[in-house]
Design a protein around this ligand. Structure first.
Ligand code: GDG
Length: 463
């Protein structure tokens, strides 16, 4: 972090927590770290719905330096902005799922009006010396709305999820408006080089823009800097979690219930982008193609429920449970259940212990911005006897974690082969791969990610 005293203002849909526990994962930890260091304001949705038409606003001092300010959504905003446009239109679309993306004018309108309302509410709280850092697909228009209000300071945006190619994005009726609004930011950050390129291609092909040196893109009179800035985890912190009494207790519990069998684990929000169905098919293929694993390996999928109000998620849950049931029905014996699905969540310390007990971790999304589970799994391992990471070629994490076993999640044969290879891998190969992965995870941490992005933003020429 450079030595300037600019205040950091973070905007994200959900705010906090600023401590290390809780469910939020590396994003909150990374941001909390930066906010603790330089002080600032964290602004977002309270998580509450209120139809009174008034703001309920809370502002708390944390560690003496950080204010958390949140506002409520109305019932109509929750439906149109959050469930509608953000999660029925943008989430599937940006994850390349045109087949399930739904578009309607009403939710587009509400999404923009929420962005406008947040900007109007934020504007009086900031000044042009602040660094404003907006996060994720809920707030594409927030930057242009702040400019409308008259803000001329530095504005950055980071997209946590993929940015799909223009051939897919143009299916969104207002795709030109959406990408044009991103030009109001000084710096736009993506998880990977691929995402950055897709954004640049959209600007060139659809908006008549041109690519300039140093990752700058000009569209008419606007120049924006587009960078790949992969997010990391608090690797040291997570490694410490893995040694905590709670982690050790969970690790031992996992080993007890395994009765010497190999544990294969997956940890994902129950989301169709995570490839849980394809992963189960891969495990079933393993039991078919390599029958020596029957009775000697078991698969635990931790899948906390997410966005249950949306049909696609309810259907996914039913399908996952059906497939797991079928595999168990087909292969289980009196003393062995091949697949266990749990929709309850665990604490981060418990998760660290579970990762440590696992011989294999399956991170096989069909498309993922980064995937922090892959990095947390690595951070939690015991270097003397590390587990093996099986990683989808479609996870952003693949760009940095190339020493994992890389698979095509759509091919159950490929997935089965990789699990078999992981289960039979020599200790020395496991250690070699782990060393390389560990280096990547401990080099680019959440703190580095934050500092790298803010350095770019701070260096941006003023508007
Ligand atoms: C988005 C992008 C990108 C999971 N189960 C439990 C639990 N988790 C934690 C994990 C991890 C976090 O949730 C999930 O992060 P991911 O990165 O895997 O996925 P998304 O939620 O989809 O996140 C993604 C990320 O943003 C950051 O930029 O990497 O690509 O989609 O930290 O450990 N945490 C607890 N209990 C659980 O049961 N406490």
């Amino acid at each position: 972090m450079t030595g300037t005293q600019r205040r950091l203002v973070v905007v994200s849909n959900r705010v906090g927590p600023l401590n290390d526990e809780g469910k939020a994962g590396g994003l909150a930890v990374g941001l909390a770290d930066a906010l603790r260091k330089r002080g600032g304001l964290w602004f977002g949705w309270s998580g509450n719905v209120s139809d009174k038409g008034t703001f309920s606003e809370l502002s708390t001092e944390i560690a003496g330096t950080t204010a958390l300010t949140t506002i409520d959504l109305s019932e109509a905003e929750l439906e149109g902005f959050y469930f509608g446009y953000a999660n029925r239109s943008l989430w599937p679309l940006l994850h390349y799922r045109l087949d399930i993306a739904r578009f309607d004018r009403q939710s587009d309108r509400i999404y923009r009006s929420v962005n406008q309302r947040f900007a109007a509410r934020l504007f009086p709280q900031i000044d042009d010396n602040d660094l404003i850092w907006v996060h994720d697909y809920h707030f594409f228009y927030l930057g242009s709305e702040l400019r409308q209000c008259g803000f001329t300071g530095r504005l950055g945006f980071f997209l946590h999820i993929p940015f799909c190619p223009p051939e897919i994005l143009t299916a969104l009726p207002a795709s030109h408006d959406l990408v044009r609004s991103m030009l109001a930011y000084d710096v736009v950050g993506f998880q990977t080089e691929l995402d950055r390129r897709n954004f640049a291609s959209f600007c060139v092909q659809e908006l008549d823009g041109e690519e300039l040196p140093d990752h700058q893109i000009r569209v008419h009179d606007r120049v924006v800097r587009a960078i790949a800035c992969p997010i990391g985890v608090d690797a040291e912190g997570f490694a410490d979690f893995a040694l905590s009494p709670e982690a050790v207790e969970h690790e031992e519990m996992m080993r007890d219930i395994a009765h010497g069998r190999h544990q294969i684990v997956g940890v994902d929000r129950l989301d169709y982008s995570k490839g849980i169905i394809e992963r189960l098919r891969g495990f079933e293929q393993l039991l078919e193609d390599y029958p020596e694993n029957r009775g000697t390996s078991q698969f635990l999928q931790i899948a906390p429920l997410s966005r249950v109000e949306l049909d696609a998620y309810a259907e996914l849950r039913t399908e996952v449970e059906q497939i797991a049931g079928n595999i168990n029905g087909r292969f289980a014996t009196l003393d062995w259940t091949p697949v266990q699905i749990m929709t309850r969540g665990f604490t981060r310390k418990a998760l660290a212990g579970i990762y440590r007990a696992a011989r294999v971790c399956m991170v096989t999304p069909l498309r993922d911005g980064m995937n922090l589970v892959a990095k947390e799994f690595v951070a939690a391992q015991d270097e003397r006897d590390p587990g093996v990471l099986v990683l989808s070629r479609f996870a952003g994490a693949r760009e940095e974690l190339s020493e994992a076993l890389i698979v095509n999640p759509y091919s159950s044969e490929d997935v089965a082969r990789a699990i078999q290879r992981a289960l039979t891998m020599s200790l020395s190969e496991r250690r070699d791969r782990y060393d390389a992965l560990r280096h990547a995870v401990f080099t680019n941490t959440a703190g580095h990610w934050c500092a790298a992005f803010l350095r770019e933003l701070e260096g941006a020429p003023p508007q």
